[in-house]
Each structure stands twice: as C-alpha cells, then as structure tokens.
Design a protein around this ligand. Sequence first.
Ligand code: NAD
Length: 248
Amino acid sequence: MGRLDGKVTLITGGARGQGAEEARLFASEGATVIITDVLDEEGRACAADIPRTTYLHLDVRSEAAWEEIVAGVIRTHGRVDVLVNNAGIDLAKRFELTTLDDWERVVAVNQTGVFLGMRTVGRAMISAGTGGSIINVSSVAGMEGVRGRAAYGSTKWAVRGITKVGALEWGEHGIRVNSIHPGFIETPMTADLKAFKDPETRVRAEKVVSLRRMGQPLDIAWMALFLASDESSYCTGQEFVVDGGVHH
Ligand code: NAD
C-alpha cells in the first residue's frame, strides 16, 4: 500500500529538478500525478517514464491557464488532493544592480505563481469538501537574508508568509498549507553556480553545510511526500527547512 494511494497530485515546474523527483516519488507511493511546466519536451519525456503521470503545459504566471488546468484536472480526475507549488526561477544579482524588470520577472513566477496556484486549487478543494494539502516551495533564502538575492529572497519570504495565511483561513476546510525551505540542491537551476561546478568552490560551500554535502532532489521529495501524505495530518502553517544544516 502506498502513502498516496488514490490521491490526485499536481506539481508545478515538474519537468525537471525537484519537481520531477517529487513526481517519481509520489507515483511510487500510488498517486496520480499531473506535472506541469513551460518546458514541454522535457515535461512530456519525464511523464512518459513515470506510471500514472501526465504532463500539461502551465505557465504559473497566467490566471487563465490556472483556471483551465484545474478545471480540466477536476473533469478528468474528480478533484485535486495535493498541490506542490514548486515552479521557480533564480536570480543572482547584487541589490543595486537589480532592475525593475528583473524584480517583476522573478515576482511573477515565484510569488504571483504561488498566489494563483493556491487560490485556484484552494477554491477547488473548498468546493469538493474533501480537504487537501498545499505545499509551497520557498527556500533558505525565505528564512534569512542571502547576499545577491534581493528579488529572489523577497519572493521566498512572501511564499513563507502567504503559506501561513492559507493555513489560517483554510484549516476549517481540512486544507493544510506548509512551506518547504531547501538549501543548496543539485538541480539544473544550480548547475551553473560556481558552488556546484567549480570543485574548489564546492568544497568550500560544502563546509558551510553541517552534513558536508550538497542536497539532492530526493532529499526534498521525501519532505514533500511527508507533507502530501496523511502522516503530516496535524501539520499546517509551518516551514520545513531541508538544508543539511545551513540555517540555524
Ligand atoms: P529547476 O530549474 O530544475 O526547476 C524549476 C522548474 O520550474 C523548471 O522546470 C522550470 O521550467 C519551471 N518554471 C520556471 N518558470 C516557470 C513558469 N513561468 N511556469 C511554470 N514553470 C516554470 O530548479 P529546482 O532546483 O528544481 O527548483 C524547484 C524549486 O525549488 C524552485 O521554486 C526553487 O526556487 C526552489 N529552490 C531551489 C533550490 C536549489 O538549490 N536548487 C534552493 C532553494 C529553493
């Protein structure tokens, strides 16, 4: 028996990285998985390799697209039990060099995308009356200030904040809302960062991590599985840091 048997789960930004790993783990625990992304080729290929998994194009910045996708999932599967707001983009730039365009681009995906996902799926969960679990992917940059992450860090603090509002307002409907705060995770997002690709810098970066290694997507997927499953049924409005011991 799987921990997610019969659950309908929707993961944004699921074509690769952490989202794809969550799709694999959720499906192995019996879930029906819908991965969404803007990378159609990678998304389709990823879904084709995972049982009970389909890929749909969803740009999380679009209100109309969210309405269409959620209505379609409900038509096909009857409901949504779990939403993972995982899609995100990074921006490493000094504060004084950050342009308004930079700021708006990052906010649109990382913050507005999470708001739209929560609201659209939250409404569907409320009308279905069956509760659910919403998992928002923030960052350690949403727990503390990180140099070079004025725009990115702001969105991740915002995600942490909106998580708590959702939890407060929707607890009465049996909807749980929590955030995950990954540290340094090895994915396509971080592949070009010096801390990952330059061996000497990587050794130095790993010394900042108590467990002395970079995180892997599966480290985050296990936490997402816990929050998606009934094993976390008394957890809501909380932040779950998964960073090998960087943030203290
Ligand atoms: P990733 O780049 O591999 O995956 C992010 C996915 O989001 C990609 O598939 C991308 O196409 C998708 N995406 C981007 N813009 C989108 C849009 N407008 N609509 C829909 N999808 C879109 O990176 P990842 O490391 O797997 O990141 C997953 C989440 O984890 C992100 O929210 C990221 O900010 C967060 N995070 C990552 C790290 C890390 O070290 N990798 C650390 C902390 C937090």
